[in-house]
Each structure stands twice: as C-alpha cells, then as structure tokens.
Design a protein around this ligand. Structure first.
Ligand SMILES: Cc1ncc(COP(=O)(O)O)c(C=O)c1O
Length: 400
C-alpha cells in the first residue's frame, strides 16, 4: 500500500509534522536547572488556550478520563450532590464515574441527539434552596452523538438561580477546537486531553481549574493522591512536576500550543466551523443519511455522527472504508453501534483532507448498498469549501 491510512476518527487526531518532529529528541533531565524555563511559559500559554487569566492549567500524565477524576476528587466529598445529564456514551461514562466515586448524582436523562437541558437544569437549581448541589457537570461536546451544549447558558442559569455550585465542563472534544471561554463562562474545572484539539498523541490530561475550585479543594475530603492539586501546585510553581513528566509529550505540546496561538483561538474556531459545515453539506446531499444531532442548535463543529440509510450496516461501512480505502471513520458507540458512523473533523485538518474522508465514506456507503448519488457528497462539500475560501471572502468584500 502506498500513501497513508487516513485518520478521521474524532480523536486521536492527526499529529502535525512540526509537533511530531518536536517529540523526536533524546531523553532529557526533568530536574535540570533549565527545565523550569521550558515548563513555566508552557503552563502560562496553556491558559490562553483555555481562556483563563484567573485560573490555572494542570498537565497530568493521563487522559481525559483521568481529568474527570482529578476534578471530582480534588473538589468534592463523598455524598456530595452533582447535577448531570446523560445524552451519549461519554456523558454516561462521566456519570458512572461520579457514582463510583461515591457522589450522589442528580441525573437528567436526555434523548441522544440533544445536549444539556438548560431549562431542566435551571429548574433543579431553583428548587435546590439548600444548595445541596455542589457541582453542575456539562459535557460540552458529546463525541458519541456530535452534539454541542451551551455552556454559557448553563452559567446564566446558575447565576439566575443565585446558586453557588461549581461548574465542571468536559471539554475533551471541544477545547482547542471550538469556542471555549473558561473565565467568561465561569467554568471551575475544564477537562481536556492531548489527543483531540491539541493535535497530540494521547497521554496527557489537561485540566483548567478556577480559584473557586482550588478553594474547594482545601475542604474536599475525597481521597486523591496521584491527581492531588496540592502536590502539583507545589512543584509547578517552581517549574517542575511532582513525578516523572512525559517530557517528549510536553515538547510536542509546546509546538502544538504555539501553532494554536499563532492561528489565534478565534481562527481555530472559525476553521473548525468551516470544516464542519462542509461535512454537514455532504451529509445533507446523501439520500437517506442523517445527522444524529437533532437540530441546528446542537450541531458539533468537531464531529458529525451520521445515521446510515435504512437497511445499510454502519459497521460494514466503517470496515469497508478501512479495508478498501485505507480510511478510518469513527464507529457508532453503545446504542448507536451498527446504525451510525462518525467523521471527526477536528485538529490538524484542511478542506482537501476532509474531502478525502467524505469520498471514502461515500465509496463505502455505495459499496454497502446505500442508494446515494455517486459524488453527491463530495460535490456539495467542494461547493461549500470553494465558496468559503479566504480568497473568495476577500474578493466578495472588495466587490461589495
Ligand atoms: C467527550 C469526551 N469525554 C471524555 C473522553 C474520555 O477521554 P480519554 O479517552 O482521553 O480518557 C472522551 C474520549 O473520547 C470524550 O470524547
């Protein structure tokens, strides 16, 4: 086989060459006198990606799941009540973790395809006069269904109710890809991992923590050790880590953060919007295919989960794309298995790469019996991308 196997799963995402090269270096001394000169600015610049000035960002050798745990065990005590909604595999797993950590979960079940029910959350908060709810948890981008929730609206609901609960956000497939504003939205714990918008291999958990969450950790009694904020702060403040850090990954992260900040976060968000709209245009052109997200307000700019037409097996579509066309598409998770495939459109991507994913999906759909018009999705996508190239926008502005 020549060329690459193309990766269009919603994480891990493609690692840009400069990031990959930055990780290819000899092992270094993580206690060297000048290592702090590398760590301190990196931690400061991560705050710009999370959009926090008042909080801080921790980097653990871990993944997103570990950061769910770090957030909860550092700031909550067993028996504390948390308000959560379940509308996909990842919001389910976070809820399951909360229960296993001994928290009392006030769970709102939501149809898969929709996201955080702000109105129901507002009612529960208003009804909680004793302020028993200690944290409200929002899965910002449910990767299983391609649904984005409105975190700012949850913050507004907390404020309207005058409720002091902390706001935790799972931003694993949103932070560093789509708009995320830690300070502006009053987020207390913001969970991320290295392998999605950060364009890195898996292996680092990133956690944005507000001052309020740090204060809560002083009295929270859940057991924590490896993920202790206190241990991390003590060493991070000197530019080091409380245990052996993944130095190669940190070197890659440095370059990835530089790339994000150079593009600007607004630029990163706009690129993801444009790429996502290209995919959505293609899906709309495929007869019988439909997004899982139930309405425009829920559509994710990082991942599209797509129902295959009646009578088509989504597992076969995914396997065909992989085996015949060397393209990895995301699978349908849990109850969506066999009915859904996903296209990840986040990280280091451009329109032509995405046209490759759309054409592989289209070929596999046709091979598996979908009655779609060959080329219809690709034609729709290239129409969108041609109409939205920066050059076109410049020309349109000039002629206006
Ligand atoms: C929204 C969301 N939350 C949490 C996780 C778990 O993260 P990790 O696999 O890095 O532990 C994922 C993984 O895909 C995710 O998409």
């Amino acid at each position: 086989m020549h060329g690459y196997t193309h990766l269009f799963i919603p994480g891990p995402t493609n690692v840009p060459e400069p990031v990959r090269r930055a990780m290819n270096l000899p092992q270094e001394d993580m206690r060297a006198p000048d290592f702090a000169d590398f760590v301190t600015p990196l931690l400061a610049d991560l705050k710009k990606v999370f959009r926090t000035e008042s909080g801080r960002v921790f980097v653990f050798p871990s993944s997103g799941t570990g950061m769910w745990e770090a957030a909860m065990t550092n700031t909550l005590s067993p028996g504390d009540r948390v308000l959560m909604a379940r509308f996909g595999q990842f919001s389910h797993l976070w809820m399951d973790m909360a229960e296993r950590l001994g928290l009392e979960v006030d769970l709102v079940e939501v149809e898969w395809g929709k996201g955080t029910p702000v109105d129901v959350f507002a009612e529960r908060l208003a009804a909680d006069g004793e302020h028993r709810i200690r944290a409200v948890c929002v899965t910002h981008n449910e990767t299983a269904t391609g649904v984005t929730s409105d975190v700012a609206a949850v913050r507004a609901a907390l404020d309207a109710a005058g409720h002091p609960a902390m706001l935790f956000v799972d931003g694993v497939s949103s932070i560093a890809s789509i708009e995320f504003e830690m300070d502006e939205w009053g987020v207390d714990c913001a969970v991320a991992g290295s392998q999605k918008g950060f364009m890195m291999p898996a292996g680092l958990g990133l956690l944005g923590v507000s001052r309020k969450a740090l204060e809560a950790s002083a009295s929270a009694t859940s057991r924590r050790c490896f993920f202790s904020f206190d241990d991390m702060i003590k060493l991070n403040d000197t530019g080091y880590f409380p245990y052996t850090p993944a130095t190669q990954l940190l070197r890659g992260l440095r370059v990835a953060v530089d790339m994000l900040l150079e593009e600007t976060m607004e630029g990163v968000w706009a690129r993801h919007r444009r790429l996502a709209e290209g995919v959505r245009t293609a899906v709309a052109a495929w007869e019988g295919c439909e997004l899982v997200s139930a309405g425009e307000e829920w559509r994710s700019d990082t991942v599209s989960a797509i129902y295959v037409p009646e009578g088509v097996d989504a597992v076969r579509v995914i396997n065909t794309a992989y085996e015949k066309y060397h393209t990895s598409l995301g699978s349908g998770l849990a109850r969506l298995a066999g009915r859904v495939f996903r296209i990840g459109h986040l990280g280091s991507l451009n329109p032509v790469m995405l046209c490759g994913a759309i054409s592989a999906a289209e070929m596999a759909l046709l091979d598996c019996g979908a009655q779609i018009v060959p080329g219809s999705g690709v034609a729709a996508a290239i129409g969108h991308f041609r109409a939205t190239t920066p050059d076109n926008r410049i020309q349109l502005r000039k002629s206006a």
